[in-house]
Design a protein around this ligand. Sequence first.
Ligand code: SAH
Length: 283
Amino acid sequence: MTDSLPHAPQGWPAFQPGWVWLCGAGPGDPGLLTLHALNALRQADVVVYDALVEPAILDWAPGAEHIYAGKRGGKPSSVQRDISLRLVELARAGKRVLRLKGGDPFVFGRGGEEAQTLVQHDVPIRIIPGISAGIGGLAYAGIPVTHRDVNQSVTFVTGHDQSGNTPQTLDWAAISRGSQVIVIYMGMKHIGQIAGALLDAGRAPSEPVAVVTQATTGDQRVVETTLARCADDIAAAALEPPAIICVGRATLMRQALDWQAMAAGAAPRNTDPLDRGRPAESA
Ligand code: SAH
């Protein structure tokens, strides 16, 4: 290749023809790609990418063919099967196939299913993890998914199942009891129902909630609300997916850790959002 984009030094994995590399693209900001992802982008013949992959990331593979395999919101699983079989075909045609998925391929991304179909068809694979929106996306909003003074566990849940409904298999009462912080993927459609289930399970109406849409991109929006108000506030703010919804006191940390505001010129704020009654620095 003659372009000036960086290549991996010697000793990095060589992309062999006939292989599929299943790779996380992170939540949006191309800077959150891993070096393995970059190494893959530099060598791929074809990049098969999802709707959630930020278009600017494809600029890092200018020599490759780009194939869109987007599907948003509860489409039939036959579409998924078509994508997997397309990958098989491309690999059998001797291509270096980079399957690029938003966030981490194994987190609510059906990466496991695609990988399984590939190996069932004797196609060799490599897995490249990515930064998941539920961690990295919240970090871009200044929200740590764990904080020693808030939670010792965090639960990642999906707000809808394959049919597009709230997953009936989820025991919201158990999740509510077991986890001080709950991070909800694909939760926008059913947020009213989900918030209701958490309230029924005993979570406080005043419990802080943050909704982060298009996290880590230039269009990121953050709405801070509460469990009782979140459905109305999401509607009032006309928020659109993709969104990560974080329930729990960890969201309060944003008041001190909104680093994007600092990047835009705001001064650091020495506050203790958790109101622990002692200076933050002694924690
Ligand atoms: N594999 C992905 C998740 C795919 S499921 C990952 O690890 O992040 C799709 C859901 O992910 C969206 O509905 C949304 O809840 C979340 N998501 C992905 N990218 C996002 C982004 N940039 N901002 C907010 N939410 C995002």
